[in-house]
Design a protein around this ligand. Structure first.
Ligand code: SAH
Length: 391
């Protein structure tokens, strides 16, 4: 196995189990590894410290193990079993819920790998070249760990891998084939478009927050902004909302939302969906809403975009504060990793102040337990939400 030697003192973060090695920490390599190759990492004192996937870029090694072990199918089986046991113990697997995240990258000590389960289909996504290289042994390990519960594995990494690595990657089934596409979340059904949908086909990370919304929906007029597959909309309907309006700029998202609402509440005329830009819709809307959800795409994908992202959150939330009825409730989210909790809260605070409304924080929300945060890798905390009561 090829070896990488760190500069003096650069092993400190690894001693605290942080799983990334930046290019600036590397002193030398005995031989340049291929992208995606497994490498061993040594301190400047020639002491073994970690094993990980090598990749050209600012993060050069993503650590898979601090225990000097082989990275083979057995290794992945062990890690996937641990991940599955954790999901069983938090109670997300059952007949009422067959949709969950099995592997959340660094949160499951498998940096670069995401696996979402939808019934008997797994959607696997590689965010690093190493996980792409290992995809076939991971698929075998996954099948062994899940047994008959798993029939299909769809590999979907066309847009998540660095294009410069020229991997020629394609999306496709590593096991089984395209099949029944209806999954269940907390007893509600939805179609998953794993072939063409965003991310792995559904935003699994809002499950708990959708449940909370359900409790606030009785007799309310609900606006679900940035609805995508309509998750929040059908929870609001089950919660007894008077009416639910879903908005997304993508016509495909609107079609999906309508299909999902129809699946759960056939011929229910409380729901309407609009393909429109969020800002335009909020500007011209005059329907009175007293429950609004704002769950936009990540405004800041990188640190450089932070200032503009914060302005974007303020502008968006201000519009909602200006229009929401007295006694209304706002569920507002940011999924930008580059924006931290305090920054997001400040952006929302600025919006409330400039709209001149009296606002109380009812809940502070985050990603659910099947999207765990590795305590040594705080960067893994990405989803932030605030529930506000607007006087
Ligand atoms: N709330 C959703 C996830 C939202 S993802 C859920 O629970 O699953 C973000 C969505 O915002 C995408 O569907 C995207 O099409 C939509 N979007 C992006 N820019 C938009 C804009 N300017 N106006 C309205 N929708 C937009």
């Amino acid at each position: 196995m090829k070896s990488i030697f760190l500069k003096r003192g650069k092993e400190e973060s690894l001693r605290r189990f942080h799983p990334w090695i930046f290019s600036g920490a590397i002193l030398r390599m005995n031989e340049e590894p291929e992208e995606g190759e497994v490498v061993q990492v040594y301190t400047s004192e020639n002491e073994y410290i970690a094993t990980g996937h090598f990749q050209i870029g600012s993060i050069m090694v993503r650590v898979l193990s601090f225990d000097n072990e082989e990275i083979d199918q057995n290794f992945y089986e062990r890690k996937l079993s641990i991940a599955l046991d954790a999901r069983r113990s938090i109670g997300v697997i059952g007949s009422n819920n067959n949709t969950f995240r099995l592997v959340h990258g660094e949160g499951d000590n498998l940096p670069g790998l995401v696996i979402d389960i939808y019934g008997s289909t797994a959607v696997m996504q590689a965010h690093s070249v190493g996980m792409h290289t290992d995809r076939k042994i991971i698929a075998k390990a996954l099948k062994n760990v899940m047994g008959d519960d798993l029939q299909n594995i769809y590999y979907k990494s066309e847009t998540t891998l660095p294009y410069k690595a020229e991997l020629g990657q394609e999306n496709g089934f590593l096991l089984g084939h395209d099949t029944e596409d209806i999954a269940i979340e907390n007893g509600l059904k939805f179609h998953v478009d794993w072939l063409k949908g965003q991310k792995t086909g559904f935003f699994v990370d809002q499950r708990d927050n959708r449940s909370l919304l359900e409790h606030y929906s009785r007799n309310r007029n609900v606006l679900n902004m940035f609805c995508y597959t309509g998750g929040f909309s059908f929870y609001a309907m089950r919660g007894g909302a008077n009416l639910v309006h879903s908005v997304d700029s993508s016509q495909k998202a609107i079609d999906l939302t309508k299909a999902n609402v129809e699946l759960n509440f056939p011929n229910d005329n409380r729901h309407e969906a609009f393909a429109e830009d969020a800002f335009k819709f909020l500007d011209k809307m005059n329907s009175p809403y007293d429950l609004i959800i704002l769950d936009p795409p990540a405004f800041a994908k990188h640190k450089d975009a932070l200032r503009n992202a914060l302005k974007g959150y303020t502008r968006l939330n201000k519009k909602a504060f200006e229009k929401i009825l007295p006694g209304g409730i706002l569920f507002t989210f940011s999924c930008s990793q580059a924006v931290n909790k305090e920054q997001f809260r400040t952006a929302v605070f600025t919006a409330a102040a400039s709209a001149g409304r009296k606002v109380r924080i009812l809940h502070q929300l985050h990603q659910p337990a099947d999207h765990p945060i590795n305590i040594y890798h705080p960067e893994g905390e990405y989803l932030k939400g605030i529930v506000l009561y607007v006087e």
